[in-house]
Design a protein around this ligand. Structure first.
Ligand SMILES: NC(=O)C1=CN([C@@H]2O[C@H](COP(=O)(O)OP(=O)(O)OC[C@H]3O[C@@H](n4cnc5c(N)ncnc54)[C@H](O)[C@@H]3O)[C@@H](O)[C@H]2O)[C@@H](O)CC1
Length: 499
């Protein structure tokens, strides 16, 4: 897991690195500019393009000036600098870079008049006006400049963060900052990059290392964690020699209704594909033929027997996929809750909870809830923005001792400890019915295999997204069935890389 930091902490890390590496601040800026330029060249190789580097007067502007110089050195001949010198204060490193640019007679025009900023279709704007130092909403000349950039047809590449974009905290409903096609951000992704509202400001982003002190970053207190591939590789266990089906647990999935049996089958199938030893499908009798035909590996569990069966033999129990809503389903949920064993609660089971909120207190600790936005709001009230929604999920996870998996392109996993783990995998090709049922099956599978609740959820969410990402490399749409089918290979690849 990687710590995600708020802007004040990032500033602190800059200072720490400068003092302890040690490195002078102007050299750190040079390193940042070089990292930006390398990533930029990788992506925008056209040396003939006209590049307008728009610079403010803080360190973000200082980066911009160094970037302009380095681009020129790398063969980009049509680089121009525009100085947005609208403030009283200037940073010392900005001034040093400005001096250097002037002294070196680098043939880079330095413009200050807005009229001179004639942005054309194939031009590139490098936005180095304001970065993570933003401390109030954009207004006046800054806002005017943002409008000019946004209404041009030029491509916009932002340095660290787009001008006017808040790196953390509630994002305003109306965004008046620079809209970037691409952001090259330094060292750590900013927390708000993972929030859906950032789409107004950022189309794509990449994070480049500038050599800030990583152990120090990890030592800082932060409730925000980014799930990393290293964490997954370290956590996941390969199949052991001499193991048998009993080694990988027995899962029980309570799901399906006459017309939504597909959801149950998707869940049960995903549970198998993710490696469970045994899975029993507690579905209505009307689904028995479908189950036997499509998933011969799965076992059938008669619903009539749920109340009087000892469920201890199941290492994991999930309820919800395609369950339907009604008195019978409510009774099923209540029966499971009374067994006092952690559950995974999804889909219709969440909707039943939102109609019977008094049941929330009955959910055993360490249970997992996997709502999408609408299910979450039905459960815990309407939220105007994602920041507030995630804050509420965190609060409820602590209060009810649950793991709340708030699903989105970047899923937020809120743990009872107060930590919020952001999952970086997943993509829009996966936006299709059944995907949630598959996720439920995968997490249930990992729970049954003996991972603890947090591990099972993090592994499940990450690998679900990872499988989707791999498939989306050469297809526009990824169906839930295709994703489930690809899981054994994704798992194999991870385990082979380790050995
Ligand atoms: N040593 C460092 O601190 C490093 C900083 N780096 C760069 O520095 C940036 C942060 O630099 P700074 O902290 O100087 O801040 P910025 O350059 O982002 O902003 C500078 C100034 O803008 C003012 N300001 C904030 N919001 C405003 C608004 N809405 N309207 C008008 N003025 C506003 C602030 O008062 C501040 O004086 C990062 O985003 C990154 O690009 C990198 O060079 C890496 C090293």
């Amino acid at each position: 897991m990687q710590n995600l930091l708020v802007s004040s902490q990032i500033k602190d890390v800059d200072t720490y690195t400068i003092q302890h590496e040690p490195i002078v601040s102007i050299e750190l800026m040079e390193r940042a500019a070089l990292a930006f330029v390398n990533a930029f060249i990788n992506r925008f190789g056209d040396e003939e393009a006209t590049i307008w580097v728009c610079c403010g007067q803080g360190n973000n502007g200082g980066d911009g000036l160094a970037i302009a110089r380095l681009l020129r050195k790398n063969g980009y001949t049509k680089v121009k600098v525009f100085l947005a010198n609208y403030a009283q204060k200037t940073s010392p490193d900005y001034l040093r870079n400005l001096e250097r640019l002037k002294q070196e007679k680098s043939e880079i025009p330095i413009l200050e008049d807005l009229q001179a900023l004639k942005l054309r279709q194939n031009d590139i704007v490098i936005d180095a006006i304001l970065g993570s130092g933003l401390n109030k909403p954009l207004s006046g000349k800054y806002e005017k400049l943002a409008v000019l950039i946004n209404t041009s047809k030029s491509k916009v590449v932002a340095v660290d963060v787009p001008t006017g974009f808040k790196s953390e905290g509630e994002l305003d409903a109306i965004y008046n900052g620079v809209k970037a096609d691409f952001v090259i951000s330094f060292q750590v992704p900013k927390i708000n990059f993972f929030f859906p509202e950032s789409i107004k400001a950022i189309r794509e982003f990449e994070v480049v290392s500038i050599g800030l002190d990583e152990p120090y970053i990890e030592s800082l207190p932060s409730q925000w964690k980014l799930v990393t591939e290293q964490f997954i590789n370290k956590t996941i266990k390969p199949r052991a020699r001499f193991s048998h089906k009993g080694t990988y647990g027995h899962a029980l999935i309570v799901a399906g209704d006459t017309e939504t049996m597909g959801a149950a089958l998707l869940s049960v199938n995903a549970c198998l594909q993710a490696g469970v030893g045994l899975v029993s499908a507690c579905i209505p009798q009307s689904g028995l033929t479908a189950l036997n035909v499509s998933l011969p590996e799965a076992m059938y569990f008669n619903r009539e027997n749920l109340s009087n069966t000892d469920l201890q033999k199941y290492q994991a129990i999930a309820i919800g996929s395609g369950l339907g809503i009604g008195e019978t389903q409510e009774q099923l949920l209540e029966q499971l809750l009374s067994k006092n064993k952690p559950l995974l609660i999804d889909a219709d089971a969440l909707n039943i909870l939102s109609e019977n909120k008094e049941l929330l207190k009955e959910i055993p600790a360490q249970s997992v809830l996997t709502p999408h936005m609408k299910e979450f709001d039905r459960l815990f009230g309407h939220h105007d923005n994602w920041w507030n929604r995630v804050e509420m999920a965190k609060k409820k996870a602590i209060e009810l001792e649950l793991i709340i998996v708030l699903k989105n392109q970047y899923t937020f996993i809120c743990l009872p400890t107060g930590d919020i783990c952001v999952n970086p995998t997943g993509n829009p090709a996966m936006a299709q019915g059944g995907m949630g049922d598959v996720l439920t099956g995968i997490i249930t599978s990992f729970l049954a295999q003996g991972y603890n609740s947090s591990q099972a959820v993090i592994l499940g969410v990450y690998l679900h997204g990872k499988a989707g990402d791999i498939l989306a490399e050469n297809r526009e749409i990824v169906t839930a069935s295709a994703l489930a089918k690809s899981l054994p290979k994704v798992l194999k690849n991870i385990n082979s890389e380790k050995s």
